[in-house]
Design a protein around this ligand. Sequence first.
Ligand SMILES: [Zn+2]
Length: 182
Amino acid sequence: MQKIEPVKRDEFGYGIHPAISMDNEHININSIPYFSGMRITATSFELDAPESLTEDYFDNDNYDISDWQPTPPANNAILIAVLDTEDGPYAWFATPEPQKFISATKTGRCANGSQLDHGTVRHALPAESYFWGCKSVALCGTKPGRRSVGFVSDKGKTTITCARCAAKLKKLGGEVVEADDA
Ligand SMILES: [Zn+2]
């Protein structure tokens, strides 16, 4: 995902990110691949702005909304557009979706059962590369051995006990979810 710069607002407080194109005065931000992997939300000027500003806009026909600081939906949300609509101005934000991980253990060799207890450390596996018994690489870099059954998750378990996985997960701001096949 590329780094997205916030939109530059003009002297009246409006603006649109250069990656967004207008079509018949409509924008469909969700259709723009540039923002894929991000959640797009809109904040209404009417509901969000202080009353002095909304009165000025709706009652006094003052279209200067440059004093409005739209409330972002999350701390890491990026302002990508401020536009006038039939329902008054709206501010659009793009918020990066947290990367999803599965908590899984490395099972030992099942041939004799003697090493099944190796699977007590819970690693973080990128959700998109996880399936039951996968031999993907965990965040810490570990992966199941040649004779291992592979990584397996457990229903309801979302804790990560591998210290290196946990540290990386925190740095990435990732989210641990239950596996579909747990
Ligand atoms: Zn790990």
